[in-house]
Design a protein around this ligand. Structure first.
Ligand code: FES
Length: 105
């Protein structure tokens, strides 16, 4: 069986609680979001009009798109409010020592 390949994305210390960090993982722009629920990884692109989600407000387990305000569940990527109707991509996160690693799927 082939072990899934987690990609190193950032140092844990560079994403403190209540912060968002945009990183590039294997050419894909990914947001690492550290909330009270843990560290989440989502694609840095809104499903509505493909605007970046970086700089979006984060609260209660969701991130809001700064362009038109759609909110997405950080864990599932599902849209919670319009105008988005499709989910965003989410990725499993693993902490390897001091490194946050992301599994691109
Ligand atoms: S581009 Fe994100 S809500 Fe429109």
């Amino acid at each position: 069986m082939v072990e899934p390949k987690f990609h190193p994305a950032a140092d844990v210390a560079s994403v403190p609680r209540d912060s968002v960090k945009a990183v590039t993982v294997d050419t894909l722009s990914v947001l690492l979001v550290h909330t009270e629920g843990g560290i989440f990884a989502v694609e840095n692109r809104c499903s509505h009009a493909e605007e970046p989600l970086a700089c979006g407000r984060v609260k209660y387990g969701w991130i809001a798109c700064p362009a038109h305000g759609a909110r997405f569940d950080l864990e599932t990527g599902e849209p919670l409010t319009p105008p988005a109707t499709a989910p965003i991509r989410t990725f499993p996160v693993r902490i390897d020592g001091d490194t946050i690693s992301v599994l691109l799927s």
